[in-house]
Write a protein that binds this ligand. Structure first.
Ligand SMILES: Cc1cc2nc3c(=O)[nH]c(=O)nc-3n(C[C@H](O)[C@H](O)[C@H](O)COP(=O)(O)OP(=O)(O)OC[C@H]3O[C@@H](n4cnc5c(N)ncnc54)[C@H](O)[C@@H]3O)c2cc1C
Length: 329
């Protein structure tokens, strides 16, 4: 039988939406089905309360867990060593991560240790005989590339958030009990020490159902208050394009896009945002996009269901008033 497809979750990574793990398991299931291989799930770090339920929903044949005090707070050198030892004793066809800030740092290093190829920003994988055709976003999301990965040994792929919709299997079964695996991390000297981790409090942008986002077209940091006010009246959250974060108008937890948050709200209202691909990566999964822009040819209008050509600094106060009145009535 073909070596299994292994989805790897680094459980020490904070703020990890389960949909992303389930998306990787969904793609892993499709690939394993097409290869005639089993789907395995490797959890590295503390055990997951949700683990058995998720594994059952995705037809996981085997769950492995590696834990060690050195893995508990997400140390990358220990993680890479643990994965290298795992892959040496558990051959696999594909090692699939869901891509986030943490796995972006370690997936290429794991591939380097194994001497195999890695594809980051993956969006899909198709099986063609012995070859895996991995589609990935390239050039900051401007284009797609298909890499044909052949040969023995695992392919390492990191799956971009929102690229695959999580779909549980129809015949969900009982999850296998996790097998605890031993690794020897005694020789690992961690080279990176996190002195202070960024903390964000309150709800996460990634979970918001309504996002009102502002871009450079707002013209000034004062006008960002209009974004916050409209978001508040609509019961949503305020987001921003990257230049606003770079300029310090708002903190990075609100940045939408390739190097920010990947969101999937029901409503995404973009005011004064041009619609650069790097921004759209973070909001194109929204059910409805509404755009306000003075430029009728702005790229954002190609993505928006509803578009308003106009000055957002004039239109936002109107929308705030209308939404407040609708809320009062
Ligand atoms: C590797 C890389 C990663 C990146 N990651 C991200 C990312 O994660 N997120 C992100 O957002 N960007 C990212 N960028 C930057 C991205 O390419 C764009 O430069 C950025 O999204 C542009 O922001 P903007 O739309 O606010 O500004 P601009 O491109 O300057 O657009 C401003 C828009 O506002 C309109 N406008 C002007 N005045 C008004 C007005 N009064 N009313 C209404 N509309 C008005 C203009 O017509 C224009 O369309 C990244 C770039 C690179 C290279």
């Amino acid at each position: 039988m073909t070596d299994p497809v292994v989805v790897c979750t680094w459980s020490a990574v904070r703020d990890q939406p389960w949909e992303e793990t389930e998306a990787a398991l969904t793609l892993g299931r499709t690939v394993s089905g097409a290869c005639g291989a089993e789907l395995h799930w490797l959890v590295v770090g503390p055990s997951l309360d949700e683990g058995p339920e998720i594994a059952g929903r995705h037809g996981v044949a085997r769950v492995d867990r590696i834990d060690d005090p050195k893995l508990e707070d997400g140390r990358p050198d220990a993680f890479v060593e643990a994965l290298a030892q795992y892959c040496a004793s558990h051959p696999c066809r594909l090692l699939l991560f869901n891509q986030n800030f943490a796995t972006r740092l370690v997936a290429p290093r794991v591939a380097g240790r194994l001497g195999v190829g890695v594809v980051m920003n993956g969006t899909d994988i198709e099986v063609d005989g012995d070859r895996l055709d991995v589609t990935a976003a390239a050039y900051g999301g401007d284009t797609r590339v298909v890499y044909g990965l052949e040969g023995p040994g695992p392919c390492v792929v990191a799956l971009l958030a929102n690229a695959v919709a999580p779909e549980p299997t129809e015949d969900a079964g009982t999850a296998p009990a996790a097998t605890e695996l031993e690794v020897d991390l005694s020789g690992v000297e961690e080279r990176i020490r996190v002195l202070e981790a960024a903390h964000t409090e309150g709800p996460r942008l990634e979970d918001a159902e309504i996002i009102v986002s502002g871009g450079r077209g707002l013209g000034s940091p004062e006008n960002f208050k209009l974004i916050e006010e409209l978001a508040d009246v609509l019961g949503g959250m305020a987001g921003a394009s990257r230049p606003l974060v770079d300029e310090g108008w708002i903190d990075s937890s609100r940045q939408v896009g390739l190097t920010g948050k990947i969101t999937r709200p029901a409503l995404y209202l973009a005011a004064g945002i041009s619609g650069a691909t790097q921004h759209m990566v973070g909001c194109s999964a929204a059910k409805t996009i509404v755009a306000i822009n003075t430029d009728p040819d702005a790229a954002i209008f190609r993505h928006a269901r509803y578009g308003i050509v106009g000055d957002c600094t004039e239109l936002l106060p109107e929308l705030i008033r209308a939404a407040s009145e609708a809320g009062d009535s």
